[in-house]
Design a protein around this ligand. Structure first.
Ligand code: F0G
Length: 462
């Protein structure tokens, strides 16, 4: 028998209530409920707070800046620094934090040259404590899971959510249950969950199957679900947009481009942009665009084939395993924020993803394949004229290069597209840097060096 939410742990469970708004029927309710869906129409809930609209934007900007200079306490977290727009825990001691966020905004000089967009930036969420953007949401959701007295937290995952959840659960003294598709997540992410102590189940199904099973499980057992349908997670993920706008001195970029999987992140960023606009922190909205892999393009098809009115699910297949999702839970939230900000939704091929990933690697930054859809998507949006070269563009890089070393090794060895229609494509050869096995002699190394210089002289004076 699992301990119930209220029977374990040292501190008494919280009675705190929060305001939830249904994104379907719009009804607003106040509760401590752990339901993530509206009791009237079944749609997803989001957290809302009337105090968010009565803030003084100028005072907030200087308060947030001042907090960045502090060397202790919750202000070290780039999420809780923006707590005026987050649900409030009973006390600061409840907060489960690994000093997440505070991620860099990089210029991308080489990709700027390739795309012809001089003002091109990457917001690198892969530099979070567990290597992905999930940490920004997890600090908030884990905090409220602990405050509510949960002993077990759980998620279905393509890898990054499980790594992040396991870390924050460990930090908050909770146990964690991970459901992942067998053979379809990278070893790197799986090994994180193991090391952080999660009970890890590799299920013989895909991500969508794992999520369905989890939803059944939470009805039967006192386990708190930390997937992105959990509205507390999306509140934390909102702070990416606050931090980004602060890095731009509150002058909004024209475009923010994000990868789309289960569509929680795009929904969270969109929610933040609308809240910032409503309170006067920014004068206008950037366009938020979502890019998917061609083989996992449920949102693209939902918009094209059903006008965004009903979900068109797909049987997902892509080597960008983080976004190998065919039945995205937050599709309605994503449709709303795309429409509200005037963003686009596009899909890119496996070849385009691999090339873009290599180009981001060549910037000395690197990212995992799912993140590279943003650069591939930007190229497409430029060709379509949706993005103009003179505009300011931010790519959200969601995961660290080290998250999927198999993909990177296969790419450089030339095996990535073995037995696929792309196999013969020579297009990517110039991006490949396979390791060279040599006898351990000076001659052999010098010869290889000379050959490398001959084959790529453009790099000589960099
Ligand atoms: N990029 C990376 C690196 C991801 O891990 C994910 C999602 C996404 C993009 C898509 O974000 O789902 O909010 O649209 N990963 C989830 C996971 C599903 O389980 O780690 P989304």
């Amino acid at each position: 028998m699992l301990p119930s939410a209220t029977s374990e742990k040292g501190s008494a469970p919280s009675q705190a209530t929060f305001r939830f708004r249904c994104i379907g029927c719009g009804s607003v309710s106040s509760s401590a409920a752990q339901d993530f869906r509206c009791s009237q129409c079944g749609n997803l809930l989001e957290i809302t707070d009337s105090s968010w609209n009565s803030q003084n934007p100028a005072a907030l900007k200087s308060l947030w800046r001042e907090r960045r200079t502090l060397n202790e306490g919750i202000d070290l977290s780039g999420v809780w620094r923006f707590r005026e727009f987050l649900p409030a825990p009973d006390s600061e001691q409840q907060i489960v934090s690994l000093r997440e966020a505070n991620t860099p905004l990089y210029e991308l000089p080489q990709s700027s040259r390739i795309t012809g967009v001089p003002r091109l930036y990457a917001k690198h969420q892969g530099l979070n404590p567990t290597g992905s953007f999930k940490d920004a949401g997890m600090t908030v959701a884990a905090t409220f899971a602990r405050q509510a007295g949960y002993h077990w937290v759980a998620c279905a995952s393509t890898g990054n959510t499980s790594a992040s959840m396991a870390a924050y659960a460990a930090r908050g003294g909770m146990r964690s249950l991970v459901l992942v598709p067998e053979g379809k997540i990278s070893w790197s992410k799986l090994s994180q969950a193991l090391d952080y102590g999660a009970l890890t189940c590799q299920l013989r199904t895909d991500f969508d199957g794992c999520l369905l099973l989890l939803q059944e499980l939470v009805r039967r057992a006192p386990v708190y679900q930390l997937n992105s349908i959990n509205p507390f997670r999306l509140e934390g993920q909102k702070t990416l947009a606050f931090e980004l706008l602060e890095q731009f001195e509150w002058e909004p970029p024209d475009h923010i481009i994000v990868p789309g999987g289960n569509l929680g992140n795009s929904s969270a960023i969109g929610k933040a942009l609308l809240e910032m606009r409503d309170v006067g922190l920014i004068p206008r909205l950037p366009k938020l665009s979502v890019i998917q892999a061609e083989g996992a393009n449920a949102l693209v098809r939902t918009l094209r084939e059903a006008g965004g009115k009903r979900l068109v699910s797909v049987q997902a297949e892509t080597r960008a395993t983080a976004i190998r999702i065919g039945n995205p839970a937050s599709w309605e939230k994503a449709v709303k924020v795309l429409q509200a900000t005037g963003g686009a939704c596009e899909q890119v091929s496996e070849l385009e993803i691999a090339q873009a990933k290599a180009e981001i690697g060549a910037e000395g930054i690197g990212c995992e394949p799912a993140s590279a859809v943003t650069l591939a998507g930007l190229k497409k949006l430029l060709r379509q004229g949706f993005v103009k070269p003179e505009e300011t563009v931010v790519l959200v890089l969601t995961g660290n290069l080290l998250k999927d070393p198999d993909y990177t090794m296969e790419f450089h060895r030339g095996d990535l597209f073995k037995d696929t229609p792309y196999e013969q494509s020579a297009k990517l050869d110039r991006f490949r840097h396979p390791p060279v096995v040599l006898d351990a002699t000076l001659d052999a190394v010098i010869k290889t060096l000379e050959q490398a210089e001959k084959s790529d002289p453009t790099h000589s004076n960099v």
